[in-house]
Design a protein around this ligand. Structure first.
Ligand code: J9D
Length: 279
């Protein structure tokens, strides 16, 4: 008789950050099977009160008996349980880590581009691509020859259900065309967001346009502005191609991957030259 006991330790982990309307906590799932205990770290995403109704919580019947020893007021209906990904959200990791190598960043960017390519082939639009939604499962250590490994988190509440201010606050990740008509969320929107996420990856996890109020964020789009460009022109070109105000002009995923590959070759040689100059 397989049964799982969920021990939800609602440890208030501020360091976990939060999504738009969710608070996230670390928990433990204890499976008892044939008298053996298996403890798994889990992440709990709790929807805050006034957004309960619009969260399509899919009842994942992953365990036969879910006995929840509540150490808090959590109830299952408002909580989504996710695999606890070891190193957490990429934006926080990059802020904490400070300097990671160019090839590390390009490796992560290429993984994201391949995920977008996979979604494009299935004609699935994610709708909330950003560094906060990239979870780092493996840190990667060049000296050990291991590379980083990322997972794309769920998009959260669908952008069509969000209030205008929340969508405005997602500038510059949200594609401009989505502002006028959120239901026009198409594959090209993820390419725009990919550009903004690439900018985050190469700017230490800093949020672009941070500190601008909603009015100025809206003006940024109304005056067709681009993010401050990197001095690495090929990278700046790729970012501005993705963040083209004409959705149809944004590059295909294959083109993005091809351009990332050429950045990887030129990027690593650039880095070698820089290192040689230092010696
Ligand atoms: N220090 C630290 C540390 C923090 C978190 C994790 N693990 C983890 N696992 C997940 N499944 C999801 C998230 N997560 C983080 N921020 C969001 C909100 C935006 O999605 C989701 N974090 C690991 C280490």
């Amino acid at each position: 008789q397989a049964s799982s006991i969920f021990i939800l330790l609602k440890l208030k982990c501020e360091s976990l950050g939060q999504g738009s309307f969710t608070r996230i906590f670390k928990g433990s799932k204890i499976d008892i099977r044939d008298g053996e205990r298996h403890v798994t770290d889990v992440l709990l995403k709790e929807l805050d009160a006034n957004h309960k109704n619009c969260w399509e919580v899919r009842a994942a019947a992953i365990v036969t008996h879910l006995i929840m020893l509540r150490w808090s007021s959590l109830n299952l209906a408002d909580v989504m349980v996710q695999e606890f990904v070891k190193f957490g959200a990429l934006d926080l990791f990059l802020k904490r880590e400070g300097s990671v190598s160019v090839s590390w960043k390009l490796d992560v960017a290429k993984q994201l581009a391949s995920v977008l390519n996979f979604l494009e082939e299935k004609n699935i639009t994610h709708g909330n691509i950003c560094a906060k939604n990239l979870l780092l499962a493996r840190e990667g250590d060049a000296s050990q020859g291991s590379s980083p490994f990322i997972k794309l988190s769920d998009p959260g509440i669908n952008v069509t259900m969000l209030g205008r201010d929340v969508v405005l606050d997602r500038i510059p990740w949200v594609a401009p065309e989505v502002l006028e008509a959120p239901e026009r969320l198409e594959l090209e929107c993820d390419k725009w967001s990919f550009g903004a996420t690439l900018w985050e990856i190469f700017n230490g996890g800093q949020a672009p346009l941070q500190g601008l109020d909603l009015e100025r964020k809206l003006q940024f789009y109304e005056t067709y502005k681009q993010l401050p460009s990197s001095e690495w022109t090929e990278l700046a070109d790729l970012i501005s191609q993705c963040m083209n105000y004409q959705p149809a002009f944004r590059p295909s995923c294959r083109s993005i991957i091809r351009q990332l590959n050429s950045l990887i070759t030129s990027g690593t040689s650039r880095e070698l030259i820089a290192v040689k100059k230092l010696q």
